[in-house]
Design a protein around this ligand. Structure first.
Ligand code: SAH
Length: 246
């Protein structure tokens, strides 16, 4: 029985990979990877390494999670070193926890290799610090997948009244509902919002607007994209460094 490395591939820029992730990629007998993991990384694999694509994008799963769990398990029965490569960090909306539990139940040894999550690195490449002295004392990473109109919500919308930074992943399709909801709970219509697409890659694009106009401004933005709501967005004007630099 092999060992499974639930590995963060980072947000897109191949250099935003940990040294540990690079080591296990180089040693892997099989790499099971997602759509969001940069395929350039597969070039680091040794000769004879197998590749299994279980693509998924934007929370819409091409292969159901149960099947992915089983694919990982079956590979662990066959191979010594199995790398499960996931975009960003495996435990930030990556369902890495579910995969680890599935392996645990079947007595497969696993390790978690954290990755640089898009939640903070895409803002960083857009010149938006997620915390900033005097502006935001905390940040939250929230699923944008759940409709804000849901009757019983696990998302504490009422607590989003403060100026803490809110980062929505998987939320582009819900942007109209999210911005409306944030205005409903009391945020100003001109409150700053940024939408960052393909963050940290050469195709990164950033749209800056307000809760009132971001839907119109971001209507043609390609995925993957995330939403940053907060006064820290205003710092981009001075701190943007990446676009045109890549
Ligand atoms: N585990 C991943 C997140 C998986 S959820 C991580 O830690 O980054 C998928 C969501 O992540 C997408 O819908 C999008 O909101 C966001 N995302 C992933 N990569 C991104 C990128 N390069 N730029 C912008 N958003 C990204």
């Amino acid at each position: 029985m092999g060992r499974v490395y639930l590995t963060g591939a980072g947000p897109g820029d191949v250099e935003l990979l940990t040294v540990k992730a690079l080591r296990v990629i180089r040693e892997a007998d099989v790499i099971i990877y997602d759509r969001l993991a940069n395929p350039e990384l597969l070039k680091e694999a040794k000769n004879g390494c197998e590749f299994v694509y279980v693509g998924k994008e934007d929370g819409r799963h091409i292969m159901p999670q149960d099947d992915i769990n089983e694919v990982i398990y079956q590979n662990a029965l066959k191979h010594k070193s199995v790398v499960r490569l996931k975009g960003g960090d495996p435990f930030v909306f990556g369902r890495g926890g579910e995969e680890a539990l599935y392996l645990l139940e079947r007595n497969v040894k696993f390790e978690i290799i954290p990755g640089i999550t898009s939640a903070i690195s895409a803002p960083a490449y857009a010149g938006i610090p997620v915390t900033h002295r005097g502006v935001a004392v905390s940040f939250r990473v929230v699923t944008g997948h759940e409709s804000p109109n849901k009757k019983v919500s696990q998302i504490p919308w009422e607590t989003f009244k403060t100026d803490d930074t809110i980062i929505f992943l998987m939320g582009l399709h819900n942007l109209p509902k999210i911005s409306k909801k944030l205005i409903e709970i009391g945020k100003a219509a001109d409150y700053p919002v940024a939408v960052i697409s393909k963050g940290t890659t050469k195709d990164q694009s950033v749209v800056v607007g307000t809760l009132e106009n971001i839907v119109e401004k971001a209507k043609d933005v390609p995925t993957p994209a995330l939403i940053v709501v907060g006064k820290v967005v205003e710092l981009r004007e001075q701190l943007k460094w990446f676009e045109g630099n890549a």
